[in-house]
Design a protein around this ligand. Structure first.
Ligand code: ATP
Ligand code: MG
Length: 335
């Protein structure tokens, strides 16, 4: 099937998403493993150093550090979180091992964003504990900023600094927080921009980029701090349908490069393709979890079935349609 041309219009916009995922799975892999690391600052990657330097060195260090065997990257143990009387997370346990991709799905208001925000220490939990690489990060005395550097997060809204160009958006935290020299930070930034297909946009400002490009910049920016895990909160939800695929490709390749990831998404096909484990959360509780294919195709709980039925209803009704019908409908719409 040819990649869908994409459209902004209602139902067919949703259809475009379904088709685009096929294009995603055929796309080449962006190799994040080869991104330049600050740990090896003498090497300037492919962004400028002579070829022989690259070939004879360990310049392109893996993005992902060696995990400690048997220790999960993230573990939540019975976490609870309320806003006033509203219990938003209710006894949530989860474990994400190194290199694993955990996908979280659930209805609006079920606590998905709050879960990510608690893991990133943007919200304190009321009770329960969160461990990051074996260390309790909900304990008192933990250096929150240090932990956050290792837990990258990307939101639905890209939150780029509008007054900074792309490369400064990427390097500002590394320069100010980690005191990395500008030249070194820019080498890594350019390498990451290349990985997300945006090296040529380095000197442009956010308003000069499409939503998909801005979101790819936001992902590259989160990778600048060499996080050990990446959290994604519905990062394609604010995008026009035709821009969703390019962001999913970047995330898929990041997963394939071995990055540990927790992804909140409504993109079920993506969840199935990229996830190792899928959690369905409702009213702050994990209702069901397992391999994505099992939970999505054979949900055990009635609540999960109802949620998936509603989510898939539209896509299923669209399966009857052909591209030609959509295109002719669009043609008609233009007249
Ligand atoms: N800072 C806050 N103060 C008060 N209530 C909040 C706050 N943040 C979230 N909530 C409430 O917590 C509940 C869960 O919100 P959350 O954003 O985690 O849901 P969600 O699953 O991410 O939903 P969506 O799919 O719409 O993004 C909601 O009832 C929300 O109103
Ligand atoms: Mg949310």
């Amino acid at each position: 099937m040819a990649p869908c041309p994409g459209t902004r219009h209602g139902l067919f916009g949703r259809a475009a998403k379904v088709w685009r995922l096929e294009a995603v799975s055929r796309a080449p892999i962006l190799d994040f493993r080869r991104a330049v690391s600050f740990d090896r600052p003498a090497i300037h990657g492919e962004a400028g150093l002579p070829k022989d330097t690259l070939e004879t060195s360990a310049a392109l260090a893996p993005e992902v550090r060696e995990p400690t065997a048997g220790v999960p990257v993230v573990r939540a143990d019975a976490i609870r979180k309320s806003f006033g009387d509203n219990v938003v997370l209710d006894d949530v346990d989860l474990t994400v091992d190194a290199g694993e991709v955990l996908v979280v799905i659930g209805p609006s208001g079920s606590g998905k964003s709050t879960l990510l925000r608690c893991i990133n220490l943007l919200e304190p939990v009321d009770s329960g504990r969160i461990f990051f690489e074996g260390r309790e990060i909900t304990a008192s005395g933990v250096k929150v900023n240090q932990v956050r550097q290792q837990i990258g997060i990307v939101f639905q809204q890209f939150n780029l600094f509008p007054h900074l160009n792309v490369i400064d958006n990427l390097t500002v935290a590394a320069r100010r927080v980690r005191k990395i020299p500008r030249a070194t930070a820019e080498v890594r930034a350019l390498e990451l921009l290349r990985r997300v297909g945006l090296e040529e946009k380095a000197r442009q400002y956010p308003h000069q980029l499409s939503g998909g490009q801005q979101q790819r910049v936001a992902i590259a920016r989160a990778l600048m701090m060499e996080p050990h895990v990446m959290l994604f909160d519905e990062v394609t939800s604010a995008l026009d349908p035709e821009l969703v695929g390019e962001v999913l490709i970047v995330m898929r390749d990041l997963a394939r490069s071995g990055m540990t990831m927790i992804i909140v998404t409504h993109e079920m096909q993506f969840a199935r393709d990229v996830g190792d484990i899928l959690i369905f959360i409702d009213e702050g509780r994990i209702v069901e979890q397992g391999k994505p294919v099992d939970v999505l195709d054979q949900p055990k709980q009635e609540r999960t079935r109802r949620f998936l039925r509603r989510s898939l209803q539209l896509a299923e009704s669209l399966q009857e349609l052909t591209v030609e019908e959509v295109e002719s409908d669009e043609e008609g719409g233009k007249e």
